[in-house]
Design a protein around this ligand. Structure first.
Ligand code: ZN
Length: 369
């Protein structure tokens, strides 16, 4: 999630906007993975920009902070928004995926805003609203997007022993938590999603949680995915660059040779151009989004971040947020997404291919072999 008003002085927190997560892994990966793992000892540290195969360039869209309620209602006191996200809006998002063939990763927060568990009930959310939201995620989102948790609450850390919410946010919690506790924490996140019919193959970090303890975090993710699913390839979204910043490559951040397991960092390289809620007035918001689209893909198709990423081989991953698309109930961000997607498809055509983030991670892993 982007803004963190509780830490206004922290530059790294503001970079939060950008994480990157994604990942899923296809089962038939064994022999390639063995090959990867048989490669040089230094490959754990090897970074590649990922320009590794011929054919269309893979492109992913990350949508973070997904929840049946607008998460900013609790994140930013005083934030004005219709609290429950109507199903009509969620269906419009799915229609947009279908219309433009979009793939990527969608966050489903397991315990959104500390309101409870989505596999049980959420305070102030009617049970039928929750059930229908989850049905739409299963039937309309999970068919083209990886679905991952974003830790448990995307707010206060949850105490696994007492069942109470702590007086620290999850980013502070993970810095000091023991490896075993993190494994248990992530396993609960995966279990909650599993209980509602979704198998997550990776995770997203709220804000930039884990960035200061990335090796510990990546190993805990690998352990948790192994314990839960025996998954050999898992991935996470933590790092992100704005379109004005140097792009970030994918990287292997944990490797377990005994299991034949690797954990891949999938960054985003285009920030959330639809986060217009800080702009005063509808016109300013529209202008901000239009300018953002132009920076990502110029109207003549000759310039822009997407072309830059394609040409340099950095991962073409765009991040946005559920609340950005929702834009306080107006759907302005979603309209912007449709415009961007239409332009990307029109300009790049068969030169690009929308893929889930897990597929990005898989292709990167193969390239490392
Ligand atoms: Zn988030």
């Amino acid at each position: 999630m982007k803004n963190d008003r509780s830490n206004p002085g922290s530059i790294s927190r503001r970079k939060i906007i950008k994480y990157a997560g994604s990942g899923l892994l296809a089962g038939a990966f064994g022999s390639t993975l063995d090959k990867i793992l048989a490669s040089s000892e230094t490959s754990t540290e090897k970074h590649s920009v990922g320009a590794v195969h011929s054919g269309p360039t893979p492109v992913s869209l990350i949508i973070d902070d997904g929840s049946p309620v607008d998460p900013l209602f609790y994140e930013i006191p005083g934030y004005e928004t219709p609290y429950l996200v109507p199903h009509e809006f969620t269906r419009r998002v799915a229609d947009t995926f279908d219309r433009f063939g979009l793939h990527g990763k969608f966050t489903l927060i397991p315990m959104p805003s500390c309101l409870g568990r989505i596999d049980q009930s959420l305070k102030r959310v009617p049970q039928e609203h929750l059930a229908e939201f989850l049905k739409l995620i299963r039937e309309r989102f999970a068919t083209c997007f990886d679905i991952t948790p974003e830790f448990l609450t995307h707010l206060n850390a949850y105490n696994l022993k007492t069942g109470k919410y702590m007086h620290i946010y999850e980013d502070i919690w993970i810095s000091q938590a023991s490896p075993d506790e993190i494994v248990e924490y992530f396993s609960l996140a995966f279990q909650i999603l599993k209980n509602v019919g979704i198998e997550a193959n990776g995770i997203t970090c709220p804000w930039v949680s884990g960035i200061d303890v990335e090796k510990k975090f990546a190993k805990a993710l690998g352990d948790s995915q192994w314990n839960m699913f025996n998954r050999k390839l898992t991935w996470y979204f933590l790092h992100a660059a704005e379109d004005t910043e140097n792009p970030v490559p994918m990287s292997v951040e944990y490797k377990n040779e005994e299991r034949g397991q690797i954990v891949v960092s999938v960054p985003s390289n285009a920030g959330d151009i639809f986060w217009s809620m800080d702009e005063p007035g509808h016109e300013n918001r529209i202008k901000m989004i239009k300018d953002g689209i132009e920076r990502l893909v110029s109207s003549d198709g000759k310039k822009g971040r997407i072309r830059q990423l394609i040409e340099t081989g950095y991962p073409v991953v765009i991040v946005t947020h559920w609340q950005s698309l929702y834009t306080q109930g107006t759907g302005l961000g979603l309209e912007g997404l449709a415009t961007l997607a239409e332009r990307i498809n029109k300009i790049f055509g068969s030169d690009i291919e929308w893929v889930p983030c897990s597929e990005m991670a898989r292709r990167f892993a193969v390239s490392q072999g």
